[in-house]
Design a protein around this ligand. Sequence first.
Ligand code: SF4
Ligand code: SF4
Length: 125
Amino acid sequence: MFEMAKELLKQLFRKPFTNRFPSKHVPKSTTKLLKNVKEGMAKVNRPVPIPEGFRGKIAYDKEKCIGCKLCIKVCPANCYDFLEKERKVKYHLSRCTFCAQCVDVCPVNALTSTKEFLLSDYKTH
Ligand code: SF4
Ligand code: SF4
């Protein structure tokens, strides 16, 4: 209990680990923010450095995959479909919770956690 209170007090006086990204104030319009940045009227805050062990978007190396289905078994979010014909998997990014259990279980390191976290896109994956 004492340890917890000590840690809580320490955290109260620490600087935040995150920053206001992409700008100090939440923009009403991203287009306007970008225009203002171009004209030197606003500044974009860069993201804080990504720490070691960060769990971002999963990278899948199809060549390495042996089709063992272990990733399918452990994934709590049902992110993988098995492609019977190819004996490979298909990863669905939009379902992923970035827990990295699939990375830990893959016996041939076909799956890795990348540092990629800006994942909004017009493409469907
Ligand atoms: S990181 Fe977690 S949620 Fe995402 S695909 Fe792997 S096991 Fe599934
Ligand atoms: S755990 Fe690895 S080798 Fe097995 S199916 Fe998934 S990606 Fe392929």
